[in-house]
Design a protein around this ligand. Structure first.
Ligand code: FES
Length: 110
């Protein structure tokens, strides 16, 4: 089932710093680039690491553990050691509220 959730206030998002949110079983990292907000899977596709804790450069976030870079728009890994993408989520900003659309996992972890 597709669900839309309010996940943050726009003011909570700092330029170039991620914010981790947990929504309907999805662990999501939010990033703000100017007036735009992007949401990708927070869990690195290589090993256990939180991408919300990574540094942002040129529209990509660098995994804090081994340094793979993930494009914030596509979720694609742009450098090794990660080779698989992370999920991306639709984000809408309405006034001061940030909404993310997710597919809910029926009662379990996604
Ligand atoms: S855990 Fe992210 S690159 Fe290894």
């Amino acid at each position: 089932m597709i669900e839309r959730h309010r996940v943050a206030a726009f003011d909570q998002l700092a330029e170039s710093a991620g914010l981790r949110v947990d929504v309907a079983g999805h662990r999501i990292a939010l990033f703000r680039l100017g007036d735009d907000v992007y949401a990708i899977g927070d869990r690195c596709s290589h090993a256990e690491a939180s991408l919300a804790e990574g540094e942002v450069f040129d529209g990509a976030v660098e995994c804090p553990r081994h340094g793979s870079e993930f494009d914030l728009r596509t979720g694609r890994s742009e450098s090794l050691p990660a080779t698989r993408p992370v999920p991306t989520y639709t984000v809408e900003v309405e006034g001061t509220d940030v909404f993310v659309t997710v597919e809910s996992s029926e009662g379990g972890e996604a």
